[in-house]
Ligand binder design. Structure first.
Ligand code: FEO
Ligand code: CA
Ligand code: CA
Ligand code: CA
Length: 642
C-alpha cells in the first residue's frame, strides 16, 4: 500500500522569535510545546550500576567521585540515537538512548566544573609547576565524563519521558573502557603500544562528537578532535622532526604540552614521547551494541581515521550498506564507506563483522554538479609503498594523507550528514570556514603547508562565516557506486540587505541561522538543523543591526521542509550551548535534543554565575549549569510540527 500523503504544512508551529535572539538561562520552544531535561550530567544512568543520585556542593561544583562519574551521564552531550524497545519494533513508548559525551572541561570559569582543579582544566594557567597540582582523581573524572551513555527511557502514564533507572541496559563507555580494534589496522605496527603490544585492544573513546546507527541496531560513536586536545609531551624537543612529519602534522599533533587536557602528566599513554602510537588508536568510529551490554565495543578501522563528525547510512538494493562521513576541519573532506558484504536483515548478530571489510572513498565535487567517490585502496592511484602507503592499514590510519594524494575536494568544515532513504539524497552541513580564500589550509606541515583550494561551486564564499548545506545523491540509486550528483541546498546567513559583507548574505527561505552543524532527516521530509555558531559569535559584534550577525544570536534548532526549502526556528538554546543530536520517536510525538556546554560564554543579560540551566535553581541549593538531553513534546500530545 502507498504511504499516506504528507500534510501540506509540516512546519505547523510558531517560529521562535526574540530580540535579541538570546535565551539566557532559558530554553525557548514554540507556544504549545514543553521541554523537560531527561539526562543531565552527573545523574545516574542506572541504579543497577550503583551510582548515587546527583549531588552538587552548592558552589557550582560537582560533588562526585571519579568512580561514580563512570556510572553517570557525562558532559557535553552531542550525537545521540533512539533505539525503540524491543529491538525491531517501532515503539514510541520505550527505547534506548545512546548519547555521546564529547568533552569534559571547564571552558570559561576556572575550577568551575571540578573541585580544586583550576590548573588541570584551564590550559592558559598551566605551567611546569602545575604538574604538582595534578590530581589523578580529577583526570579519571574527566575521562569518565567522556564517551557514551546508554540509558533506557520510557513514556510514563502521565505522558512524561523518564529514565528507567533499574534498567539492565544502562551502561557507560568512557575514556578508559577496553575497546577492541577491528578491521585492517588491527595488529598493525602503528597501532602497537607498550600496554597492547599486539595492537588489538585500545583503551577508551574520546572526542565523541556526532553519531549514527547501523541498520542492524548498533550505535556508531565518532571520535572527532581526539588528537589535538589530548596528546602532548614535555619530553620532546619542540624542534624534533617528528612534529614536522605529515603523519603527525596533518593530524594536529604538535609540540608543546599545554592542551585542553593535561592527562599526559599522569597517564603516560597520552604522553607522545612515551607512547607515540597511542594517538593512532583514536580518530575512529566505534561500534557499540546498546542491546547487548556484554559485547565489547569495536573501533572500526576500515572506515578511516580523521576528525569523525558523524555517520549516516543508506542500504543498497543488494543490501550492501553505504556510510557517509565528514572530517570536521576547514579544508577537509567528505567520505563514504561501502561494506563488502550484504547485511543480513534477519539476524542482527550476523552483521557484527560487516564494518571490518569494505571500501573507503573520498569525495571529489565537480563544477557541473557531478561528483566522484575516489577509492582509498592500497596499490591504486598512487597509494603505494613508494609514496608512503605500504599497506591498506597505512592508507586508513593516515586517511587524510591518502585523500590529499587523490585530489579530493576541500570543504568548508564538513560536520553532520543526514540521509533520506526515500529519495537517496544525503544532506551535509559545511559549518563555516573563515579561512577560505587563504593560501594555506590548516593541518599542513609547518615545513610545507598544505595548499588551500580557492572558493568554488561547492564552497562558494570567501571567509565563509555562516556555512552552508549541500546534498548529494549516488547515481542510479546505487549507493555502492562511485558517481553522484550534488546540489547546493542553502547558504546560511541572514540574507538581509544590511549585512555589510555581501558574501555573508544567505539564501535562507525563512528564519535566519548561522553555522549549521548537526542534522537529522525525519519521516516527514524535514531536515532538522542544529547550529554551532557560538565560537564565531564570541569573536564577533553580534548584537546590533548592520553587522554580519544581524538577526542572529544564540544557537538554535530549526526545521526545513525539504520539499519547499522553507526554514522555521523551533528552539533557542541557553546561552553558550550548541544544539546537537536531534532524534524523533517513530510516531513523531517526542523530540530528543542535546544541549551541549550551556553557560560556556558570558550570557548577554545575566551574570555567568547565575547560569543554572537546566534545573534553574539557586546556586546555594545546588544549582549548577549542566549539559543535558531534553525531550520536547506537544502539550496536546500531538505530532511535532504537524
Ligand atoms: Fe564535535 Fe565538529 O563538532
Ligand atoms: Ca561541540
Ligand atoms: Ca558538531
Ligand atoms: Ca561545530
Amino acid at each position: 500500500p502507498a504511504e499516506p500523503a504528507l500534510p501540506a504544512n509540516t512546519l505547523n508551529f510558531a517560529s521562535v522569535q526574540r530580540s535579541p535572539m538570546i535565551a539566557g538561562n532559558e530554553l525557548i520552544v514554540p507556544p504549545g510545546y514543553v521541554w523537560r531535561a531527561l539526562t543531565k550530567q552527573g545523574d545516574p544512568i542506572g541504579s543497577k550500576l550503583g551510582a548515587p543520585a546527583f549531588r552538587s556542593t552548592g558552589a557550582r561544583r560537582f560533588d562526585t567521585t571519579a568512580a561514580e562519574a563512570e556510572l553517570q551521564f557525562g558532559d557535553n552531550h552531542d550525537g545521540m540515537a533512539f533505539f525503540p524497545l524491543p529491538y525491531g519494533s517501532k515503539s514510541s513508548e520505550r527505547g534506548l538512548l545512546a548519547i555521546n559525551h564529547e568533552a569534559a572541561r571547564a571552558n570559561v570559569i576556572s575550577g568551575f566544573r571540578f573541585v580544586g582543579v583550576t590548573s588541570t582544566t584551564d590550559p592558559a594557567k598551566l605551567d611546569p609547576a602545575g604538574e604538582t597540582a595534578m590530581n589523578p582523581e580529577v583526570v579519571r573524572k574527566q575521562k569518565a565524563y567522556h564517551g557514551v551513555s546508554v540509558a533506557e527511557v520510557y513514556r510514563d502514564a502521565a505522558g512524561q519521558w523518564q529514565v528507567q533507572r533499574d534498567s539492565a541496559y544502562a551502561r557507560k563507555v568512557h575514556a578508559d573502557t577496553p575497546i577492541a580494534i577491528g578491521g585492517p589496522a588491527r595488529g598493525h605496527a602503528a597501532m602497537k603500544t607498550s600496554a597492547d603490544p599486539a595492537g588489538v585492544l585500545a583503551r577508551g573513546t574520546l572526542g565523541n562528537c556526532g553519531s549514527g546507527a547501523t541498520p542492524w541496531g548498533t550505535y556508531l560513536t565518532c571520535e572527532e578532535d581526539s588528537h589535538k586536545n589530548y596528546f602532548a609531551t614535555r619530553e620532546m624537543d619542540p624542534k624534533d622532526p617528528r612534529f614536522d612529519d605529515p603523519h603527525w602534522a596533518r593530524y594536529n599533533i604538535v609540540s608543546g604540552y599545554t592542551r585542553d587536557y593535561t592527562w599526559h602528566f599522569l597517564d603516560k599513554r597520552f604522553d607522545l614521547a612515551a607512547e607515540p602510537n597511542e594517538t593512532n588508536r583514536f580518530g575512529w568510529i566505534v561500534e557499540i551494541d546498546p542491546f547487548d551490554p556484554d559485547w565489547q565495543p569495536v573501533k572500526r578501522t576500515a572506515l578511516g581515521r580523521f576528525a569523525h563528525e558523524n555517520v549516516a547510512h543508506l542500504v543498497n538494493a543488494d543490501r550492501r550498506v553505504a556510510f557517509y562521513m565528514g572530517d570536521d576541519q576547514g579544508f577537509d573532506y567528505v567520505y563514504k564507506f561501502v561494506t563488502a558484504k550484504a547485511m543480513n536483515p534477519d539476524d542482527r548478530k550476523a552483521n557484527r563483522g560487516l564494518l571490518d571489510e569494505g571500501t573507503l572513498y573520498v569525495a571529489r565535487y565537480n563544477a557541473d554538479g557531478s561528483g566522484e567517490w575516489l577509492p582509498l585502496v592500497h596499490g591504486q592511484n598512487g597509494l603505494t609503498a613508494e609514496n608512503g602507503f605500504p599497506d591498506q592499514a597505512s592508507v586508513l590510519i593516515w586517511a587524510r594523507l591518502a585523500a590529499d594524494k587523490l585530489g579530493a575536494t576541500q570543504m568548508d568544515r564538513p560536520e553532520w550528514i543526514a540521509s533520506d532513504p526515500g529519495s537517496g539524497w544525503v544532506y551535509a552541513t559545511m559549518s563555516n570556514n573563515t579561512g577560505r580564500g587563504s593560501a594555506s589550509a590548516p593541518g599542513g606541515t609547518t615545513a610545507a603547508p598544505r595548499a588551500a583550494q580557492p572558493k568554488g561551486p561547492t564552497n562558494p564564499r570567501d571567509k565563509n562565516l555562516h556555512g552552508h548545506i549541500i546534498r548529494m545523491r549516488d547515481t542510479g540509486g546505487d549507493v555502492a557506486g562511485t558517481r553522484f550528483a550534488w546540489e547546493m541546498v542553502v547558504l546560511a546567513g541572514t540574507g538581509t540587505a544590511d549585512t555589510p559583507n555581501p558574501d555573508n548574505r544567505g539564501t535562507i527561505n525563512g528564519d535566519a541561522f548561522s553555522s549549521p552543524d548537526s542534522v537529522m532527516f525525519d519521516a516527514w521530509q524535514r531536515l532538522w538543523i542544529g547550529t554551532d555558531a557560538a565560537d564565531a559569535l564570541k569573536a564577533s559584534d553580534w548584537s546590533g543591526k548592520g553587522t554580519d550577525w544581524s538577526g542572529l544570536g544564540g544557537d538554535m534548532l530549526l526545521a526545513m521542509d525539504t520539499r519547499t526549502g522553507q526554514v522555521k526556528r523551533f528552539l533557542l538554546a541557553p546561552d553558550g550551548a550548541e544544539v546537537c543530536g536531534a532524534q524523533l520517536t517513530p510516531d513523531g510525538r517526542a523530540l530528543f535534543v542535546n544541549i551541549q556546554h550551556p553557560g560556556t560564554e558570558q550570557p548577554r543579560d545575566l551574570a555567568i554565575e547565575a547560569m543554572t540551566w537546566p534545573d534553574r535553581i539557586a546556586v546555594a541549593d545546588g544549582g549548577i549549569v549542566r549539559s543535558a538531553t531534553v525531550v520536547i513534546t506537544r502539550e496536546d500530545g500531538g505530532v511535532i510540527g504537524i
